[in-house]
Design a protein around this ligand. Structure first.
Ligand code: EAX
Length: 328
């Protein structure tokens, strides 16, 4: 090889090497159960955009539309470390960490301001920290929203109308107990559930308005009751071991990007809520906007006495959350 050819060859090797190093971003697998356009996905996409624009070290690959299974299954994969991150509804966390169910305590929050104050404050921080016990790094809370009841049997105005409804609930210990207390016949199932509703295996389900709209549940559910019975967060998490193995400045960046994405997504949820309700009415759902919530509250009053809330680790957090909303 002539000297000229050799130096051209070396230059080529250098350039190839340079570009492949510059392009070698580490892939972060991030799981959400929902499809594009959903609350979880809005947060995931924002996080991806922020992190990839602020660092050239990572590429975020979003696994969505149940491609990794149900939320419970995604949580298991994050725990194992085969998936690094996830944006997961708070409900199913209580199978992994009982105290996570304090967020979903029925009728806990009465406004979004209260939600932000508590989840962004000390109680929320403590709960995120507790997740480390089961192998998760808790980064932030984004939002599923206040949950409402839909069914295909009859208008539900007071709690007595719930009696005997076959309702799908999340794979959560609390949600199953809650609907049992309310008089329904609850079956825990992962997401999605359109087919089960369509085929009539179940009569009812409960979810925030965006879900009922985005997943076209109005096609298979006639009645909507604005029960606001549970505020549902997403907990935005990473595998703890993976996260702790990253350079500190990257940990900080990832956390910042997720917090920012979560705040962006909460705004999106709140800004669009009225439109979702309008759309659902226009789609023909029969909506009870002012149900007899007192009857619901009265029925679940004793929930605190159940073992699921008396467990020691739950008791360590519940009073804190109740106090934070002025309930004790
Ligand atoms: O976000 O399973 C559920 O009911 C969740 O709210 C669902 O993932 C939609």
């Amino acid at each position: 090889m002539s000297r000229k050819a050799l130096s051209a060859f070396l230059m080529l090797c250098f350039l190839v090497g340079f570009f492949s190093v510059a392009d070698a971003r580490e892939t972060i697998k991030l799981g959400v159960v929902t499809k594009p356009g959903s609350a979880q996905n809005i947060c995931a996409e924002k996080f991806k955009e922020l992190l990839e624009s602020r660092s050239d070290k990572y590429e975020v690959k979003i696994y969505h539309s149940a491609s990794l299974g149900t939320e419970t299954e995604i949580l298991q994969q994050i725990q194992l470390g085969t998936v690094q991150m996830g944006i997961i509804t708070s409900g199913p966390f209580d199978v992994f960490l009982p105290e996570a169910r304090v967020i979903d305590y029925p009728f806990l929050f009465s406004s979004y301001e209260e939600v932000d104050r508590v989840l962004d404050g000390e109680p929320g921080r403590l709960l995120l920290k507790r997740l480390e016990r089961v192998g998760f790094k808790g980064l932030s809370f984004s939002e599923n929203g206040f949950r409402h009841l839909t069914n295909n049997k009859r208008p539900v105005h007071s709690v007595d109308d719930v009696k005997g409804l076959k309702i799908r609930v999340m794979e959560s210990v609390l949600h199953k107990e809650l609907w049992r207390l309310l008089g329904a016949n609850p079956t825990p199932m992962g997401w999605p559930i359109y087919t089960e509703l369509q085929q009539g295996t179940i009569d009812a389900q409960e979810n925030p308005l965006w879900v009922i709209w985005t997943y076209k549940l109005y096609e298979v559910q006639k009645y909507l009751t604005l029960t606001h019975h549970v505020y549902s967060a997403h907990i935005d998490i990473a595998n703890l071991k993976w996260f702790n193995g990253l350079p500190p400045e990257d940990q900080k960046l990832i956390e910042e990007c997720m917090i920012e994405a979560a705040h962006y997504q909460r705004r999106w949820n709140r800004q669009n809520e009225a439109t979702f309700l309008k759309n659902l009415k226009e789609a023909g759902m029969i909506v009870d906007e002012h149900p007899d919530l007192e009857s619901f509250r009265a029925r679940v009053k004793g929930i605190r006495e159940l073992d699921i809330f008396r467990a020691k680790e739950v008791q360590e957090l519940l009073p804190l959350f109740l106090r934070a909303v002025g309930r004790e």
